[in-house]
Design a protein around this ligand. Sequence first.
Ligand SMILES: Nc1ncnc2c1ncn2[C@@H]1O[C@H](COP(=O)(O)OP(=O)(O)OP(=O)(O)O)[C@@H](O)[C@H]1O
Ligand SMILES: [Mg+2]
Length: 483
Amino acid sequence: MFSRYKKPAAPGPAPMAPAAQAQAAPAPVAEQLRPVVSRRPLDGAAPLQAAQAVAADKEKKRKEKLSELKVQLHKRLLDDLNLSALEHASEADLRQEIGAITNEALEEMGVVLNKDERATLNQELYDEVMGLGPLEPLLKDDTVNDILVNGPQQIFVERAGKLTLTDITFKDERHLLRIIDKIVSAVGRRVDESNPYVDARLADGSRFNCMVPPVAVDGSLVSIRKFKKEKLKVDDLVRFGAFTEEMAAYLQAAVSTRLNVIVSGGTGSGKTTTLNALSSFIDNAERILTIEDTAELQLQQVHVGRMESRPPNVEGKGAVTQRDCLRNALRMRPDRIIVGETRGEEVIDMLQAMNTGHDGSMTTIHANSARDGISRLENMVAMAGIEMPIKAVRSQIASAVNLIVQASRLQDGSRRMVSITEITGMEGDVISMQEIFRYERLGLAPDGKIIGRFTATGIRSHYADRFKQWGYDLPAAIYEPAA
Ligand SMILES: Nc1ncnc2c1ncn2[C@@H]1O[C@H](COP(=O)(O)OP(=O)(O)OP(=O)(O)O)[C@@H](O)[C@H]1O
Ligand SMILES: [Mg+2]
């Protein structure tokens, strides 16, 4: 076979390493790879169960054989392919090449596969060589939001808010580590025993985090938040039942009239999605600066400057924190500042920015309720080493933050805005707030879905006059509780 991408045949050793050949030589693999079909109809439950167990066992063995075969072929591809020439090869060329090398190898090994098996094998090998191996089909699957790997044998995915275990696995920890290494080295980072975890952004924009042994006890841990090209818009969120049209109208008034908004919620509750959707209410003429640890926001406005913080390099130098970005942002004449997630000392600058002319700024925090969110802010200020009496901290927060929107992922997987709370000032030492909208749980349907409804609390917005002055005259009815 002639090929541009194949290394010139080395004289001497046969194309396949002797060890691999020894493994492949007794290859009655073909036989074992055939799907198991029960020929005789069985009657009675017990024999049927036994037959099913045997079939499952054979299927498992067959999968193991296929996976072994893939490892051998992958090794052979890496040996045979001229990797530097591959950089400029088209996908079609490469697929053809992989197909040809696999065919040759399968023939040599005396392995027979049907058309589907061959296609799957070729695809998996392509993914191994060019992509992220077993993770590749999950990355391509648009219904998957999150991919969570707990060691080589366990990959969970989240679809529509529900976590499920997949039957996809890595061959072993080494295989998993190889893929992790491929990901982190592509972004110029390194992960090993002395530097056991990495946060990075994949080429497609997905957020990636990994931690390797021995810190990860049972094998490497990987979490991927898939990047969605089509971000959920306000209309989509209303359609999915994340909040109501009335709440959307209220939020539009709040964002347009430049209230400072915090989106609070647990992990994966939809904070970033909500922040992104809320940003669509910002006027196109405004200059917006966004600051994130991993750039996820996709603003629709024309005038947007995006910043991404940077961890220190291997020598511990060169870090650019969110706080650095934020301080610099203040010199860049922004109309609004959006911080992806406030989690540390940048809280000081965020509060200051919100208090000093950059109203209409937004951020998210990790908290389980509006009240909890305020405590988180107080703690962050204390952790940043600012020695201020608690009352002073609270009054800073009370004058900086106008609105806390609480996002939540409920137990049935649905994501909802469970509360919209306004901060109205201070009463003595305590920050006073009032809830304007909330989600009420009413029960549980037999299929496990939560039955509930959104309702206003009956309290008129503290900012109703401001809304009116700015031309957002919301009808009084939107503050009336559901009957
Ligand atoms: N209302 C919704 N309906 C359906 N899917 C949603 C909804 N809100 C968010 N999602 C999806 O849920 C996933 C998690 O959302 P998002 O990234 O906004 O969460 P987060 O709270 O910012 O998470 P993290 O704490 O990890 O930053 C995303 O894939 C997003 O597309
Ligand atoms: Mg987020």
